[in-house]
Design a protein around this ligand. Structure first.
Ligand SMILES: Cc1cc2nc3c(=O)[nH]c(=O)nc-3n(C[C@H](O)[C@H](O)[C@H](O)COP(=O)(O)O)c2cc1C
Length: 291
């Protein structure tokens, strides 16, 4: 993992315009080596990842698979599969984001693509088994020099903005926003929370909410009404419940930053039964820290 993970997280953005060049051999080998280690998510689901060079057919098929935005000239795709399990989506989100941070460290651009890949040519390329799903793939390659400025979708999704701290993090109950300074700063977790805040999410909806409960940090998904599982759009396109991938991504940023700061902890699924924000709040998992 990166020498300075926080810089890598800040550097990453969704690249939708790539240079024509293929991925350099040494970069490809380094990324493949990292992918080979991504075999089990923090909540126990089995995952595997591979890197393929993009064919014209792959590029053309994206639109029909429910992804949004136009991805120009990706050199390749990181494809992942996860075994069907209770928290497969969170685990997949966590592990794919880990792959993305590795790719960013190696100088590659990336873009998450949520779509119905389970029965696509991407599924064939990774040899998807019957007990696996492919909730998303990641486009990758070298960012075109003007990739960020040219990308009109960024404005539409307000991709350069994030919700403020007080809308996301809470202390003891959802009625009390977590103060940035004070206790929390003393406990050392401020950067881990900030790295969650900067994470990518489907349509930049940022559904993560974290409730601090002493040394335990409960992660919730605050579902966007009309978006995700059960919505007509997602059902029609057979999209995975992308907001649960988003929580896996948040967990990844949190745990890797905590690890880098020397803050020990582990994940458990144990709903504390606290009063939710509203009926769209879904408990996901808890980080048990030592402070
Ligand atoms: C689970 C997931 C699915 C996404 N699906 C797409 C997609 O289909 N097409 C696309 O262009 N961007 C997609 N994105 C990228 C988001 O739009 C992007 O992360 C968000 O707008 C924030 O912008 P940033 O990544 O540049 O910080 C997806 C992101 C996530 C996490």
């Amino acid at each position: 993992m990166a020498i300075n993970l926080q810089d890598i997280i800040r550097e990453r953005y969704s690249v939708r315009f790539y240079r024509e060049d293929p991925i350099a051999d040494d970069t490809r080998s380094a990324l493949l080596a990292s992918l080979a280690a991504l075999s089990r998510g923090p909540l126990g689901s089995k995952t595997r990842f591979s890197l393929i060079a993009a064919s014209g057919e792959d590029r053309a098929s994206l639109r029909g698979l429910g992804t949004y935005g136009f991805i120009k000239n990706p050199a390749g795709f990181i494809i992942g599969a996860v075994e069907v399990a209770e928290q497969a989506l969170e685990d997949f989100g966590y592990m794919m984001e880990k792959a993305i941070l590795e790719a960013t460290t190696l100088g590659l651009g990336t873009c998450w693509l949520g779509g119905s890949f389970t029965q696509s040519s991407f599924a064939k390329k990774i040899g998807k088994r019957a007990d696996e799903i492919i909730p998303a793939v990641t486009a990758t390659g070298y960012a075109a020099p003007d990739a960020r400025a040219r990308d009109l979708l960024r404005r539409g999704a307000r991709s350069d903005t994030r919700l403020p701290w007080e809308a996301l993090f809470f202390d003891g109950s959802f009625r009390t926003p977590l103060p940035i300074l004070g206790n929390i700063q003393a406990s050392g977790y401020t950067p881990a929370l900030e790295m969650v805040r900067l994470a990518p999410s489907a349509s930049n909806k940022q559904p993560w909410r974290i409730l601090k409960d002493g040394s335990r940090w409960h992660f919730y998904c605050q579902r966007t009404p009309g978006y995700g599982q059960g919505s007509r759009y997602f059902t029609l396109l057979r999209l995975a419940d992308l907001q649960r991938l988003d929580i896996g991504i948040a967990m990844c940023h949190f745990a890797l930053t905590a690890q880098q700061l020397g803050l020990p902890g582990n994940w458990a699924v144990s709903d504390p039964g606290l009063e939710p924000l509203n009926d769209k709040t879904l408990y996901i998992a808890t980080w048990n820290g030592d402070r």
